[in-house]
Design a protein around this ligand. Structure first.
Ligand code: PLP
Length: 285
């Protein structure tokens, strides 16, 4: 019998634009060779400009979704994205507590790129007590980390505070800072490990954080260490933004499958039939 791909259980919201949320998780983890077991935390109403509103999944339903799968399938990694409500943070806490041997990668979603708040102040503060004690890697942007560690007086101090709360590693992304290049800083075990610089791209993107974090989760599920996964996933995510496109009238979406463009054809099980995948140029003809 063929072995299953490594499975990441993703707690995530649905974004009907397909740019962020669970669809981003599925595409990024699949690109790394893993697959997602999707546990939906919230339904959002949004277009490519902003989130209009959302409704959180009932916490009991959330726990049931997760527990039924956890009793059936081997989960290699938990990925936590948009949580939807304080009740859902409590629900996710009980799962992380009961399955504490499974690595946990957290993208703390506090607000949408268009500005709409996706987590209350009470929720941002609850991460410290309920989620971070189980977290192997957290990937906040600079705006998020300031809300998660409001007492800290510098970005380094914020990252330190998250590690004090229990996070083993922190990848702090710098898109929202006014630096010429985007500087992402990786911390671990109470130290700054490395800063990596990325050319700042001209557009505004939706789903970049979900792409990065789910690529890391997929790689860790496939056996990479967290530091290696962080470095490979940054390269992959940046390329998906370079290849990104505008599907609506607002923010750009990452192209998480642009790597498939090198496949002009593939053969299946040695069968004679050759399947062609259209390239962008062929589509224009
Ligand atoms: N998850 C959902 C369901 C969302 O709607 C959003 C933003 O709107 C996000 C995650 C965060 O997206 P990003 O990766 O751009 O931070």
């Amino acid at each position: 019998m063929k072995k299953s791909r490594p499975i990441v259980m993703s707690f995530s919201g649905n974004d009907p634009t397909g740019g962020a949320g669970i669809q981003a998780d599925i595409e990024a983890a699949a690109s790394m060779g893993a697959r997602i077991a999707p546990v939906i935390t919230a339904l959002t109403v949004q277009d490519t400009q902003n989130v209009k509103y959302f409704s959180a999944t009932d916490a009991k339903l959330l726990i049931e979704q997760a527990r039924v799968i956890l009793e059936d399938m081997p989960i290699a990694v938990f990925k936590v994205g948009m949580v939807g409500s304080i009740e859902n943070i409590n629900a996710i806490h009980t799962i992380l507590h009961d399955y504490h041997e499974i690595p946990v990668i957290v993208d703390p979603i506090i607000s949408a790129g268009g500005g709409m708040s996706l987590a209350s102040e009470e929720m941002s503060l609850a991460y410290s007590d309920l989620i971070f004690p189980f977290t192997n890697l957290v990937t906040p942007n600079s705006n998020e980390v300031r809300l998660l560690a409001p007492e800290a007086d510098s970005l380094d101090a914020c990252a330190q505070e998250l590690m004090d709360d229990g996070c083993e590693y922190v990848l702090l992304t710098g898109t929202h800072e006014s630096t010429e290049q985007v500087i992402n800083t990786f911390y671990g075990h109470h130290r700054k490990i490395e800063a990596s610089c990325w050319t700042r791209l001209p557009n505004s993107y939706h789903g970049s954080g979900c792409t990065l974090t789910s690529a890391i989760a997929g790689l860790v599920a496939c056996g990479e260490s967290i530091p290696d996964a962080v470095s490979i996933a940054q390269e992959y995510s940046w390329q998906s933004l370079v290849d990104g496109y505008q599907s609506g009238m607002g923010q750009y979406h990452p192209d998480r499958f642009s790597w498939t463009e090198n496949w002009t054809k593939f053969e299946r099980n040695g069968a004679e039939k050759t399947y062609s995948i259209k390239t962008a140029d062929q589509t224009k003809n």
